[in-house]
Design a protein. Structure first.
Lengths: 204, 170
């Protein structure tokens, strides 16, 4: 390395190395304004640990327990299912954040935020839409949800669809339990399901 | 939006979430922007680059060499911006007073003189000198960035350094 190249490297070290702090926020806002931000996400605190919350311009597409799965894994799946144009943009998730906060504080029994169902196919979408209709503090069995989705015999398939629910809490798959009275499984672990059912006054 | 979904599904490559590109490459892209247009205009170029990248991203056929891809976008945007500026008529108010001749160099306080000189090189040489000396970029990657052969990439580095060396020696 000669003297000039060394001087260039030295000089480069004194150039600004990072964009100003508000640059990324401005970038996300501009991307949204120009219609090239397909999925905005934020990490939101909750009593059940951090949640990755993601939305398209149409509505919510993902709520994930960030402790149950790595954030990379969660976002890669969103990129594959919805669109790879995914950016962290907390200001675009103010409504889901507010409604989740209110829910966990016991001040909200119903989510009003729009949901984007478009990336969910056939039976899965039917099962999850049916699940979204279960009221706060009420329980259904897997068999009841399968019937409600129009396929009373597809109990196992309904269970699979619920297990793959991309929007837990908001689409309340925790309100679906086994026919015999067993609590059933849960994407975020059974303890989280129990926490939610206690919050809703179903479990003591 | 629905079109985007269809394209994303059919293209065959699994593109990582765009945020991971931004996390991995934003510091390098920013420094490259500073090297290309100087600290004063780097923010605009940085924004333009990432917006253009986001626009093109779902149609991308392969997800390797993302840095070269991003740098190429920045390079093209910098050239576009330069052309647009030189076409624009100079507003009357900015004609300098006879006694206040503007300095030849446009170095900002935070910018070393040497980099102001790098910015006077032709665009390809400017990019080549920065990528090679500061980032230690391989000629394979540099050729991809410049959309040229590796020999041409080498020549751009060499010519750029030669010009600078003359000035530096003065």
């Amino acid at each position: 390395m000669n003297e000039l190249e060394h001087a260039l490297r030295e000089a480069a070290a004194s150039l600004p190395a990072e964009p100003p702090a508000d640059t990324l926020q401005k970038l996300a806002d501009r991307a949204a304004a120009e219609g090239v931000l397909d999925v905005a996400y934020a990490v939101v605190d909750s009593p059940l640990g951090p949640l990755v919350v993601a939305a398209t311009p149409r509505g919510l597409v993902r709520v994930a327990y960030a402790e149950a799965r790595s954030q990379d894994e969660i976002l890669e799946a969103v990129a594959a299912r919805v669109s790879p144009r995914v950016l962290e943009a907390p200001s675009r998730l103010d409504e889901p954040r507010r409604e989740l906060d209110e829910y966990f504080e016991g001040r909200r029994t119903r989510f009003e935020l729009p949901i984007d169902w478009s990336s969910l196919r056939g039976f899965t979408q039917k099962v999850l839409r049916e699940t979204a209709r279960i009221n706060f503090g009420e329980l259904r069995t897997y068999a009841e949800v399968a019937s409600g989705a129009g396929s009373p015999r597809a109990v196992r398939a309904a269970g699979n669809a619920l297990g793959a629910n991309p929007m837990p809490i908001v689409v309340p798959c925790h309100r679906v339990v086994r026919t015999g009275g067993g609590i059933g499984g849960y994407t975020g672990g059974v303890e989280r399901k129990e926490f939610l059912l206690r919050l809703e006054g179903v479990l003591a | 939006m629905s079109q985007t979904v269809a394209v994303g599904r059919c293209s065959g490559v699994r593109l990582p979430p765009f945020q991971s590109l931004l996390d991995a490459h934003r510091a390098d892209v920013y420094r490259f922007c500073v090297a290309l247009v100087g600290p004063g205009e780097a923010d605009d170029l940085f924004q333009e680059t990432w917006i253009a990248a986001l626009r093109a991203y779902p149609r991308l056929r392969r997800a390797d060499n993302m840095r070269a891809w991003l740098f190429r976008i920045a390079q093209n945007k910098a050239i576009d911006a330069h052309r647009a500026r030189s076409r624009r008529p100079i507003p009357v108010e900015s004609v300098p007073e006879p006694d206040s001749v503007p300095p030849v160099r446009t170095a900002v306080d935070s910018e070393p003189e040497l980099w102001a000189r790098v910015r006077e090189l032709p665009p390809k040489q400017r990019a080549a000198v920065f990528c090679r000396t500061v980032l230690g970029m391989s000629y394979t990657e540099l050729a991809m960035l410049l959309e040229s052969s590796q020999d041409a990439a080498r020549r751009n580095v060499h010519e750029g350094l030669k010009t600078l060396r003359k000035e530096y020696a003065r």
